[in-house]
Write a protein that binds this ligand. Sequence first.
Ligand code: RP5
Length: 162
Amino acid sequence: MIQVGVVMGSNSDWDVMQHAAKQLKAFGVEFECKVVSAHRTPDLLFQYAEEAAARGLACIIAGAGGAAHLPGMLAAKTTVPVLGVPVPSKYLRGEDSLLSIVQMPKGIPVATFAIGEAGAANAGLFAVAMLAGSNPALAQQLNDFRETQKQTVLAMELPAVE
Ligand code: RP5
């Protein structure tokens, strides 16, 4: 059964959003990836959000750029947690996307992540952490991942000063 939905406003968002999908895949989480545009396919957006809970999605990772209303509109139509990823935009480098997603008025939350690749990857890891709460094997995988990261940093060396 699909556990996490990864949606984005355009296939041009894939370069960034694939980093969320890669994390989910690495942890063996069942997920789907789909283009759902808030302003170009609003009916599909409503349908996706309205069916999310009944389909058993634990959360929806939603990425969009510019006037990025996809995460907020999804959150307006479902109580399934929405993790918003601001995708870098051409002219404002994603600051517009970030502000569009993060500034939700009180009452309809969207968990907002960093602009771009790091935000997408962290949204994937956050989804894993949500699922790990009721899945001890997944929790162990997450701890192992953190341990590997720690060892990588501990092994880092710096060049000698010239
Ligand atoms: C948004 O507009 C998408 O999320 C994308 O980031 C941006 C540009 O879309 P395209 O013109 O590349 O389809 O809806």
